[in-house]
Design a binder for this molecule. Structure first.
Ligand SMILES: Nc1nc2c(c(=O)[nH]1)N[C@H]1C(S)=C(S)[C@@H](COP(=O)(O)O)O[C@H]1N2
Ligand SMILES: [Mo]
Length: 204
């Protein structure tokens, strides 16, 4: 397991500060269609059912803000980013997982996904961001909802999130199957899957 040596406002090893906010993702930017959009919570839920919020319902969930650093595995970091949106804990309370859930798969448009340990998902700084500062996210940066997980490299924060799946065992997401580290702690430079130790993730 990667022991986090997290220090806010500092650069993890091998990172440099980026000015501005670059756009980094694989594939096209999805078009938002408000009438077809929904956020689904499924998998190993406490009552075995699914929860679905449409865009209006999701936008009405309690709003919170966090200030956190952002570290891309391609070695740039942005410090002190301010995000607004829905705390992961809010989603977990409204749509609780079963007792034996250990991991969460975050699902986004086009089948993009990323797996998180429940602890990282529930970190007090983890957020389903709808805003950066006071401004709604732009399409390129993940409008209407993206995940921000400041304890991990930024690929662990899918843009254009459409739901989460509670899991009772770990499974690799999109980049975790394609050469990136299963855990992705920037403080111990868990960049690539070849750096994984036994037990860091499911077999490739
Ligand atoms: N859906 C989706 N989300 C994604 C990605 C992606 O390819 N698809 N790339 C990730 C990576 S590698 C990074 S560094 C951040 C970049 O976010 P930004 O473009 O808002 O800076 O988004 C992450 N979220
Ligand atoms: Mo990235």
């Amino acid at each position: 397991m990667g022991e986090s040596g997290r220090r806010e406002g500092e650069l993890p090893p091998g990172q440099r500060v980026q000015r501005g906010w670059p756009v980094t993702h694989y594939g096209p930017v999805p078009r938002f269609k408000s009438d077809r959009w929904e956020f689904r919570v499924f998998g190993a839920t406490a009552d075995g059912g699914k929860t679905c919020w449409n865009h209006q319902e999701f936008s009405a969930l309690p709003y919170t803000t966090v200030v956190a650093d952002f570290h891309c595995v391609t070695k740039f970091s942005m410090l002190g980013m301010e995000w607004g949106g829905v705390a992961t804990e809010t989603v977990l309370k409204l749509a609780p997982p079963a007792d034996d859930v250990t991991h969460v798969m975050v699902w986004a448009e086009y089948g993009f996904s990323s797996n998180l340990r429940l602890d990282d998902f529930l970190d007090p700084q983890s957020i389903f961001a709808t805003h950066r500062g006071a401004e709604p996210l732009t399409a390129e940066h993940g409008f209407p909802v993206r995940m921000i997980v400041p304890t991990l490299y930024a690929w662990k924060g899918p843009k254009w999130v459409r739901g989460i799946e509670y899991m009772t065992a770990d499974r690799r997401g999109f980049w975790e199957e394609r050469g990136y580290h299963n855990l992705g702690d920037p403080w111990s430079e868990q960049r690539y899957s070849y750096q994984e130790s036994p037990g860091d993730g499911p077999e490739l």
